[in-house]
Design a protein around this ligand. Structure first.
Ligand code: ZN
Length: 169
């Protein structure tokens, strides 16, 4: 191990990863899709090595751990039973002045980390933000929208007819 204290910028790391074929922004050639990534030849090897190491440690080396490879899309009641439909959402709000979007619980905890914001309802979180006059970290204003639940589940439709009955996750 060297004690080299040189720093490498994120831009340089990203350029290195792209030029050496590790990882690219998803669908980059066609304009890109936010928050997706495409792995090149070397990135795919690293990803597979990490998956294999994880499987070895957390499945093969543990007693009573077994792999399950189920379909990505499942009947909606499966997701209801697992709690995903109800709980897989982020409470988001926007600063009306600078349009920056925040997770309400994160905004509260960046102001006061002792508040158990994850156990609060949407209404209670908004009440805390207003009563403590929490300011937008970006512009300093105290003028937020209401909190909206952003569903983290991806919806799609199964079959040829696009209606609610064919909605799956
Ligand atoms: Zn702002």
């Amino acid at each position: 191990m060297s004690n080299d204290k040189r720093t490498v910028s994120m831009e340089r790391i990203v350029t290195f990863c792209k030029t050496r074929g590790f990882v690219y922004p998803g669908s980059e050639v066609y304009g890109g899709v936010a928050n997706t990534w495409d792995y090149g030849p070397l990135g795919t090897k690293i990803k597979n090595n990490l998956k294999d190491a994880w499987r070895k440690r957390f499945i093969q080396q543990r007693k009573n751990s077994y792999e399950l490879d189920s379909a990505i899309f499942m009947h909606p009641t499966v997701w209801e039973a697992s709690g995903h439909t109800e709980n897989f959402s982020d409470p988001l709000l926007d600063c009306k002045e600078c349009k920056t979007r925040y997770r309400a619980d994160t905004l509260i905890n960046s102001f006061d980390s002792s508040i158990a914001s994850d156990s609060l309802s949407k209404e209670e979180m908004l009440q805390v933000i207003k009563s403590k006059e929490i300011k937008c970290p970006s512009c300093g204003a105290c003028n937020f929208t209401d909190i909206r639940e952003f569903n983290l589940m991806f919806e799609t439709h199964s079959g040829v007819i696009d209606n609610n009955k064919s909605l799956i996750y």
